[in-house]
Write a protein of this length. Structure first.
Length: 273
């Protein structure tokens, strides 16, 4: 942050944590919006998508219909099976019958494919900012360190997506589209970072690079800690409550910091006398 010391030091708060928290909440909002859209389409069409990721990473079990259960898992279970079969067992009868509640016509296939692509794009936003964090690094050691961390995270997510795409028998051309989209975003982020800094590091690139690096740090923070995010199914309401709480604490910090600076200056003036 030394590159703009004349401008950034005028704030009564630290800009770095603010940018990091902004990146965190941006990713949180994106995932909640995608989560809302997916479930809205499911309720509207009365079916479960073949590729559904619990974007807010909440673990819950809720009863649906007669004994049918819908399970939302953590990031290890990025995808749910599209075979949503409900079994009814009758007392006094030695048989059970199975029937699917998924009308598989052309329109449903297109909607399902678009929904799956939307989920992959939401995942790809993470990878874009992670690649951006790599491209904004100024030293070789930091680049290799960030590259290793991003590669390890991307490897796990890509493996889970690949396994579940096969398990759900996704069409081959859809697999290619999903995996290609997911694969190119990290190099794209690295390229954007390199273009911004011109190989000189974030310090020589200006304020825009510093802002993007702060946002990228926030997205990495979200990726690291979202597994322990509280498991309630309040969705977007929880997001807004979190944002309100954040701004309340931010306002208190501004007020207490401002009053502390005034008292500190006042004490110094008395000491001079």
């Amino acid at each position: 942050m030394d590159l703009c010391s004349g401008a950034l030091n005028e704030f009564d708060f630290s800009l770095t944590p603010l940018l990091t928290c902004s990146g965190f909440f941006i990713m949180y909002l994106v995932e909640e919006l995608v989560h809302m859209y997916i479930h809205y389409r499911e309720r509207k069409n009365g079916q479960v998508a073949p590729l559904v990721r619990n974007l807010s990473v909440r673990q819950s079990r809720s009863g649906v219909g007669n004994g049918e259960k819908s399970v939302n898992n953590s990031t290890a279970d990025l995808v749910e099976s599209k075979k949503d079969i409900e079994s009814h067992h009758h007392n006094g009868h030695g048989h059970s019958h199975h029937h699917s509640h998924m009308p598989m016509n052309v329109g449903d296939d297109v909607t399902s494919a678009l929904r799956g692509l939307l989920v992959v794009l939401a995942l790809s936003i993470h990878e874009l900012f992670e690649g951006l964090a790599v491209g904004l690094e100024s030293s070789t050691s930091h680049v290799w360190y960030m590259l290793g961390a991003v590669s390890a995270h991307k490897l796990v997510i890509a493996f889970c997506i690949g396994v579940e795409l096969i398990a759900t028998r996704t069409k081959t051309w859809l697999m290619i589209v999903y995996i290609t989209t997911f694969a190119i975003v990290s190099p794209l982020g690295i390229g954007i970072g390199l273009l911004l800094v011109g190989g000189q590091g974030a310090t020589a690139a200006g304020i825009s690079s510093v802002v993007l690096q702060g946002l990228a740090s926030g997205t990495l923070l979200y990726v690291i800690f979202f597994e322990i995010w509280k498991g309630d199914r309040t969705g977007i309401l929880q997001f807004f409550a979190s944002v309100v709480g954040f701004f309340i604490m931010f306002g208190l910090q501004l007020l207490t910091g401002h009053s502390h600076s005034h008292s500190h200056d006042h004490g110094h003036s008395h000491n001079r006398k």
